[in-house]
Design a protein around this ligand. Structure first.
Ligand code: PBG
Length: 324
């Protein structure tokens, strides 16, 4: 063939492929989500192989291992005892609450560790919703007031980044105001900007016992059919003072990550959620796919789409592999 242009020339050896590579992952891209409970023993989570509900002691050790392989950050998700759950989720701002104690323990063991916390009521809410449920409705403004108290108490405990995952309207501005008023100007907000009402969260809710008792989350989380709406949420979050904007889930929403990347100068985060993790874990446990290869490919795809940082249950494994 008379072909002057042959793209395969750039793929002809490992060296050339390395030179031409457009996207690189590094351990510094990852945030490791950690589950915790108020029990002395660590407990393997059956519905999420490879994940654990950590005790306070266990979580400190696990975060130390993540740091040791180069993962700079963790995000905390508590399993709260049913006896502490209420309509309004007041346990969320208990200064001696589980998350608050964990933040203190982590920051005193590793001051350099970036500790991110989830802001939403679902772990604390008797109805299993991210906001206050009344008369079949999730109350927006009343919920935001509680979220502000939750965020301030997490900041007081030493959280570096507050990550509201509740999808209430106006919460980023309200949180920024509440944090600043309380003297926490340095605490960042990573907003779950485009969080979709996704069936991929199923295993996570199982792990924490936070599945909604009635209804679903479609009146506050976004419709998976919508793309432009993500940009509307982005504009609002930027105006309201978000420092980082997040898309969630990640793998099935690469178009959204790419749109958000194109329309903002802020760092973009993406959350590879429990269902995405489990699909890879279970297919590889069955021997049908290669776990390491698919794990790395899924993470590269998320970064290539435009994410600067990735929340992933694979954080430690992927970081270890990259460090080899
Ligand atoms: C709750 C929250 C959820 C996740 C993170 N924060 C679940 C939900 O919205 O129902 C899901 C994470 C995952 O599936 O890995 N605010």
């Amino acid at each position: 063939m008379d072909l002057p242009i042959r793209p395969r020339r750039n793929r002809k050896s490992p060296g050339l492929r390395a030179l031409a590579r457009e996207t690189l992952l590094s351990p510094g891209d990852f945030v490791l989500p950690l589950f915790l409970h108020d029990v002395e023993a660590d407990e393997a989570i059956e519905s999420m192989p490879g994940c654990t509900r950590w005790s306070l002691e266990g979580i400190v050790k696990e975060a130390g291992e993540a740091l040791a392989v180069g993962v700079p950050a963790v995000v905390l998700f508590p399993a709260i005892d049913d006896s502490l759950k209420t309509k309004r989720g007041e346990e969320s701002f208990n200064p001696g609450g589980l998350v608050q104690r964990a933040i203190r323990a982590l920051k005193s063991a590793y001051p350099e560790l970036v500790v991110m916390t989830d802001v939403a009521l679902d772990p604390y809410n008797i109805d299993g919703h991210d906001g206050i449920l009344e008369g079949g409705e999730i109350l927006n403004d009343e919920t935001v007031e509680i979220l502000c108290q939750q965020a301030v108490s997490q900041a007081e405990a030493g959280a570096d980044i507050i990550a509201p995952s509740d999808m209430m309207d106006g919460r980023v501005a309200a949180l920024r105001g509440a944090l600043d008023t309380a003297g926490y100007q340095k605490v960042s907000i990573c907003s779950y900007t485009a969080k979709y009402a996704s069936a991929y969260y199923g295993p996570f809710r199982g792990a924490l016992g936070t599945a909604p008792k009635s209804g679903d989350k479609k009146s506050y989380q976004m419709d998976p059919s919508n793309r432009r709406e993500a940009l509307r949420e982005l504009l609002l979050d930027e105006d309201e003072g978000a420092d980082i904007v997040m898309v969630k889930p990640a793998g099935a929403y690469l178009d959204i990550i790419s749109d958000v990347r194109e329309h903002t100068t802020l760092p973009v985060a993406a959350y590879q959620v429990s269902g995405e993790y489990l699909m890879i874990k279970s297919a590889s446990a069955g021997g049908w796919i290669n776990e390491e290869s698919v794990m790395m490919e899924s993470l590269i795809a998320i970064k290539r789409a435009g994410a600067d940082m990735i929340l992933t249950y694979f954080a430690k494994d992927a970081a270890r592999l990259l460090g080899r």
